[in-house]
Write a protein that binds this ligand. Sequence first.
Ligand code: GLY
Length: 382
Amino acid sequence: MTPNPRSAHVAILGAGIIGLACAWELVQRGAHVTIYDTQTPGRGASWAAAGMLAPAFEAAAEDGAHPRLFDLCMESAALWPAFAASVSQASGRDLGFSPGPSLALAFDGAEAAGLHRLSAALTRHGVESEMLLPEAVWDIEPAVSRGVHGALRLPTDGQVDNRAIVSALIAALGEHEAVRFVTVPAPLEDRDGRLCIEGHDMILAAAGWNTAAIKVRQNGEDFSLVNWDTALDEIDCYGGQMLSVAREPGLPTMTLRCGAIYIAPKPDRVIIGATMEPGRATLEPDEDTIAELRAEAARLCPAIAYAPELETWAGVRPGTLDHAPLLGKTRADGLFVASGHYRNGILLAPVTAKIMVDAMLDGKTSELAAAFSPARFAAATA
Ligand code: GLY
């Protein structure tokens, strides 16, 4: 039975942007929340990210993607302004949020053809974009190389300072009387077939690529959560390496991308990303890869070659084969999941929170939300 929203106690396993955004939505709707994470909150994939809010570039024409992923991304992009405003107001912090636009650049015929394909895909989705000639590109962003052939202006693709939003959520939630942060492993147990944590009505697993490995106590022994729903096994790790440079005059001020490379200026730094390395789970960046990333970014904006380096790092994206998250009830009684957001964890945080809290507190699942149920992998894993 769905508990009364005003008295529901929810345990969230994972203090990344997904767990934090769900906690935020839960307390707005009157629930009590305990957030379990043995690591420092917000310092996993959410910290390693670049804060791209990019439904067009990262979902509209993505090979092999879930057929509704773009719709989910667009729904979340529409929720971002209100989400950012509420977290900014509650925390008193600037989040570096911009709803867009971004520029996707082309430097040769093949890259230009890619932009035309993306533009056509967006048109099929009923979303506008605009092809720009070099002069128009330099008018908008003078830092772009004189070698640019053209660009696609993407009004839907914005960005946020990912570290600012997770820090602001942690601060706002930390001051909320209905929230507790706990740093010991969640005491999750199977009691007669139902997954429980003492004092809680339901459990949300949101531990990124570690979700399947969450421990469950049963008959005095620990087992991995994946044994309760094999769909969790679909969440794999996709490593990403990145760097940041000092924000100096002559560097871009708007989000730029070309192929795998993006440049995301934040208030105090410029992030350059990112590799996409299936199976890479180490947090150590590799010197040669970072040098290649910077060289590629300098092809887009030559001044990047001379900017002082601030930081290099590697993170781990949790991804599924269809590049879309698992959202909703699992096969295990009492357990919900929100994980596997691939390249779109920051973008999808508000819609994930809405979908999960609708399901957990009101027992409601929209037609769009149902398309992302973990049950879609049942056939593959049965
Ligand atoms: N969304 C940016 C990335 O995954 O690299």
